[in-house]
Design a protein around this ligand. Structure first.
Ligand code: F3S
Length: 755
C-alpha cells in the first residue's frame, strides 16, 4: 500500500465532474483550494455555494496519517468505535518518541528499548485495523507522506499540525486532533468551517542564499502567528512554479506557524518531477490528464484580488535570507547588521552554540544537499566549526540516498551528529542537558518550524532562531547569530580571510532515490485474529473510559487559572519528557497547564486553591477540586491553544474536571478539540471582560439549558467580596457539536450511532 492509484483515479474522476458543478453553483472561476474542497464534499456533487469563514461543511478526506505521539490516543479512541477496519487509507509513523543524543544507531536502539511497549501497541493496532505502519527510524511523518502518499488535488487529514506539509504536492492537507481522525477512520464525515482564502503571489525567482524557507519566514512576518487563522493560503505565480516540490512543502509546512488551516500550490512540473522521482509515474500520468483541475482557473491568478479574501505579493528576487525568532516564528530579522543591533539591544546571545538541520520542515534531499555545499566549503576553505551541528534526515529514503551520494559524509567530516530519521530536537527530544531548567542562556539556529521557549531542549534560556538549512549551516560554521554570509569574511585555520560562495544543491538526487529497507509494514488482510494487549499496570498506555456529560447546569465552578499572554498547546500539555505518557490519560494529566502563566502572580504552575487558600501546581489544585466534586473554569488570552493539534490539551483538562475554557480567541484546532471532548470552549463577547476575572472567582452559567447555535451564553461571575459581573460569551458550536457536548464527547456519540 505504498499508494493507492485506484483511489487517486477515482478522486480525479469525481473531481472533473464536481469542479464543473461547483463552478456553475459558485458562479465564478475557482481557486485551487475551492476545487479541492468542493470535490471532497461528503455529500458528493456540490449543490450549494458555501460562505467562506461561516458555513460548516462535511468533507470526505482521502487519507489519514498519525504520528506515534498522537496515534496512541487516536487509536485508543478508534478501538472504542467498534469498527473492524479503518474506512480510509491510514498510516501510522513512529517519529516523535526517539531522543537525539549520541547519534542515529545508538538513539534508535535506545528508543526501541524504552518505547517498545508503545511501538508494539501501535504496530499491533495498525495490523488489526488495516493501517500502514512506518517503524521507528523510517522517517518523519510529513516527509514520508510527501514521498509516498501525497497527490495533487487530494485531501488528507493528519494528527499533527504540520500535516499541511503535503500542500507542497498540491493537496489540501490539514492537521487535526486525534478525535477528528477517529471520525474519518470510522467512516464518518469530517467537519470544517469553509475556510477563507489568502492568495500569495510569488513573482521573481529565488537565487543565491535565498531559499523557500525565507518565503515562509517573510509570510510569517507579514501575517504574524494569527494572520492565517481560518484560511487556506494558496501560492501562485512564476516564483511558485520555479521552486522545487519539497521547497513548496517547506512553505506549506510552516503555514501552521501563521495559524493557517492549510496552504497549497497548483500542480506544476516540479510536482511531476517529484512524483516520477519517488516512483509514482502513474500518479503523475493521472494528474497530467486533468491538469486544469489541479490548479486555479486562469482568471483567478490574473485578477487575484477578485477571488481571494486577501492577497499578498512577494518578489522573490528582492527577498534575502532571514532569521526568525527568538521564542516566536514571526519575529523576522534579515541576516547581518540589523541582527547585531536587535540582538544587542534585546540581549540575545550573539554566540551560536548549535545549528540543527532537519525536522519535517527542511529535511529533504535538496535541503541536505544545499546545506552540505556550505559544509564542504568550510572544509575546502580550512574553516573550523564554531558551533556544533546536528542533522535529522527526513526519511530513510533521503538518508540512504544522501549517504550514498556522500552528503552525510561531508557533515560527518565536520564532526556533525547524524541523528535518527525522526523529529528529535524539534519536539524537545534532545538530551542536550542533564538539568535543562537551570541551563545557561544561549542561542541556537535551526531549520525547524517552531521556536517557542523550551521547545527544542527544555531550557527556557535557549534563544532559538529559525532559518533555511544552508543559512543554518553557515551560521554554525561562523558561530555568530549576526553572520551575513553574503558580505562577511571568516578567518580560517591559516589566518586567511575567506568567504562562502553561494550554496548549491540538487532538487532531486541525480542518480535517483534509493533505499534498502524503508521501514514500512503492510497490515494483514484480515486482522480479526490480531490480539492487542494493554498491561493494566502500564504507565504509558491506558484504555479509555467514556467521559460523563457535564450537563447543562454548571453552578459554583471555580477559576482554575487565568492564563496570561501566550498559552499554546505546549503550555497546556507540555511535550518533551511528557511525550512518554501520551497514551495514558491520567498520567499525562499531571502536566495540565503547567506551562501557562498565572495572570495574578506571573508564575507558572502556581495557582490558588480556592478551597484551602493555598498555592500549588495546577494539576494538583484541579485534582483537589475534582475530589470535592467541583467543576472549574480556565480563562485565557488571544489565540489560546495555538501550536499543535494534540487533543490531550483538551482531554486532560476534561479528565481532571474542567468544564469550560473562556478566552479572547482560540486557535482553530484546539477549539474543535474542546468541542470533541464534550467541553465548553467560549469567547468573551467583550474582550475587556477578561480583566474582570479575579483570582477567587466562582462561575454560574445562567442559560446553558438554552445552548443553541448562534446564541450567546451568559455566565455570572461571583467575586470574593460578593460582587458579581454578568459576562456574555460567544461560541461557534453548531447543532451537531452541541450534541457532542450533550453526549459527553463526540466519541460517545459515534459509539451510540454504531450500537
Ligand atoms: Fe516532528 Fe517537528 Fe515536524 S515534531 S512532525 S519534525 S514539527
Amino acid at each position: 500500500m505504498a499508494f493507492d492509484i485506484d483511489m487517486i483515479k477515482k478522486v480525479y474522476a469525481n473531481m472533473t465532474e464536481r469542479v464543473d458543478a461547483a463552478r456553475d453553483i459558485v458562479g465564478k472561476p475557482l481557486t485551487l483550494s475551492e476545487k479541492i474542497l468542493y470535490s471532497h464534499l461528503w455529500d458528493g456533487k456540490p449543490t450549494t455555494a458555501f460562505t467562506r469563514g461561516k458555513d460548516y461543511v462535511d468533507f470526505a478526506p482521502d487519507r489519514v496519517a498519525c504520528q506515534d505521539a498522537t496515534a496512541q490516543m487516536a487509536l485508543l479512541q478508534f478501538m472504542q468505535a467498534g469498527k473492524p477496519k479503518v474506512a480510509v487509507p491510514t498510516t501510522v509513523h513512529c517519529d516523535h518518541l526517539i531522543q537525539a543524543k549520541d547519534g542515529a544507531a545508538a538513539d534508535l536502539k535506545n528508543a526501541n528499548s524504552t518505547s517498545s511497549e508503545v511501538f508494539n501497541f501501535l504496530e499491533s493496532v495498525s495490523n488489526k485495523y488495516g493501517i500502514g505502519f512506518w517503524k521507528p527510524g523510517a522517517g518523519i511523518i510529513h516527509q514520508v507522506v510527501l514521498e509516498n502518499y501525497a497527490f495533487p488535488g487530494g485531501m488528507m487529514i493528519g494528527t499533527d499540525s504540520h500535516t499541511v506539509n503535503a500542500g507542497g504536492l498540491g493537496m489540501v492537507a490539514i492537521g487535526v486532533g486525534g478525535a477528528d481522525a477517529v471520525d474519518v477512520m470510522a467512516g464518518m464525515a469530517w467537519e470544517l468551517k469553509f475556510p477563507k482564502l489568502i492568495g500569495v503571489k510569488l513573482t521573481g525567482k529565488l537565487s543565491g542564499w535565498t531559499a523557500p524557507k525565507d518565503v515562509i519566514l517573510k509570510v510569517a512576518e507579514i501575517l504574524t502567528v494569527k494572520g492565517g487563522t481560518g484560511a487556506i493560503v494558496e501560492y501562485f505565480g512564476p516564483g511558485a512554479t520555479a521552486m522545487s516540490c519539497t521547497g513548496k512543502g517547506t512553505i506549506c509546512n510552516m503555514g501552521a506557524e501563521i495559524g493557517a488551516t492549510t496552504s497549497t500550490f497548483g500542480y506544476d512540473e516540479s510536482m511531476e518531477r517529484y512524483l516520477r522521482a519517488t516512483d509514482r509515474e502513474d500518479v503523475a500520468d493521472a494528474a497530467n490528464k486533468i491538469k486544469d483541475y489541479l490548479t486555479a482557473d486562469a482568471e483567478v491568478y490574473a485578477n487575484p484580488e477578485q477571488y481571494f479574501d486577501q492577497v499578498i505579493e512577494i518578489n522573490l528576487s528582492e527577498l534575502g535570507p532571514l532569521l526568525n525568532g527568538p521564542f516566536t516564528p514571526d519575529l523576522s530579522t534579515p541576516v547581518g547588521k540589523e541582527m547585531t543591533e536587535k540582538a544587542t539591544s534585546n540581549e540575545w546571545p550573539l554566540q551560536v552554540e548549535w545549528g540543527l538541520i532537519g525536522s519535517c520542515t527542511n529535511s529533504s534531499y535538496e535541503d541536505l544537499s544545499r546545506a552540505s555545499s556550505i559544509a564542504q566549503q568550510a572544509i575546502d576553505k580550512g574553516l573550523k566549526m564554531k558551533a556544533e551541528l546536528g542533522i535529522n534526515p527526513g526519511s530513510e529514503q533521503v538518508r540512504y540516498t544522501a549517504e550514498r551520494d556522500g552528503i552525510l559524509g561531508i557533515f560527518e567530516n565536520l564532526d556533525a551528529k547524524i541523528f535518527t530519521n525522526a523529529c528529535g530536537p524539534c519536539i524537545g527530544q534532545w538530551a542536550r542537558y542533564s538539568d535543562p531548567k537551570n541551563a545557561p542562556k544561549n542561542s541556537i539556529v535551526h531549520s525547524f518550524n517552531r521556536n517557542f521557549a523550551k521547545r527544542a531542549d527544555g531550557n527556557p534560556n535557549t534563544h532559538a532562531f529559525v532559518a533555511s538549512p544552508e543559512l543554518t549551516a553557515a551560521i554554525a560554521v561562523a558561530g555568530r547569530l549576526d553572520f551575513n554570509p553574503l558580505t562577511d569574511k571568516l578567518i580560517n585555520e591559516n589566518g586567511e580571510e575567506v568567504m562562502f560562495d553561494e550554496p548549491t544543491g540538487w532538487e532531486l538526487p541525480p542518480k535517483g532515490f534509493e533505499v534498502k529497507d524503508n521501514g514500512y509494514l503492510e497490515p494483514v488482510e484480515d486482522g480479526s485474529g490480531v490480539i492487542i494487549n494493554v498491561n493494566p499496570d502500564s504507565e504509558r498506555l491506558e484504555l479509555l473510559e467514556p467521559f460523563t456529560p457535564i450537563g447543562n447546569s454548571i453552578k459554583g465552578a471555580k477559576l482554575l487559572i487565568k492564563a496570561y499572554g501566550k498559552c499554546t498547546t505546549d503550555h497546556i500539555s507540555m511535550a518533551g519528557p511528557w511525550l512518554r505518557f501520551r497514551g495514558h490519560l491520567d498520567n499525562i494529566a499531571n502536566n495540565t497547564l503547567i506551562g501557562a502563566v498565572n495572570a495574578f502572580n506571573k508564575k507558572t504552575n502556581f495557582v490558588k486553591n480556592q478551597l484551602t487558600g493555598d498555592y500549588a501546581g495546577v494539576p494538583d489544585t484541579q485534582r483537589e477540586y475534582k475530589k470535592a466534586g467541583i467543576l472549574s473554569v480556565v480563562v485565557g488570552d488571544h489565540n489560546y491553544g495555538e501550536g499543535s493539534s494534540r487533543e490531550h490539551a483538551a482531554m486532560q483538562p476534561r479528565h481532571l474536571g474542567v468544564a469550560a475554557v473562556i478566552v479572547k480567541s482560540f486557535a482553530r484546532i484546539h477549539e474543535t478539540n474542546l468541542k470533541k471532548q464534550g467541553m465548553l470552549g467560549l469567547t468573551f463577547v467583550n474582550e475587556a471582560d477578561y480583566d474582570l476575572i479575579q483570582e477567587d472567582d466562582t462561575f454560574n452559567f445562567l442559560d446553558l439549558n438554552e445552548f443553541a447555535p448562534d446564541k450567546q451564553l451568559n455566565v455570572e461571575v461571583v467575586h470574593s467580596d460578593g460582587s458579581k459581573d454578568i459576562i456574555s460569551l460567544n461560541h461557534t458550536y453548531n447543532q451537531a457539536q452541541i450534541e457532542w457536548y450533550n453526549e459527553g464527547s463526540a466519541l460517545n456519540l459515534i459509539k451510540k450511532q454504531n450500537a
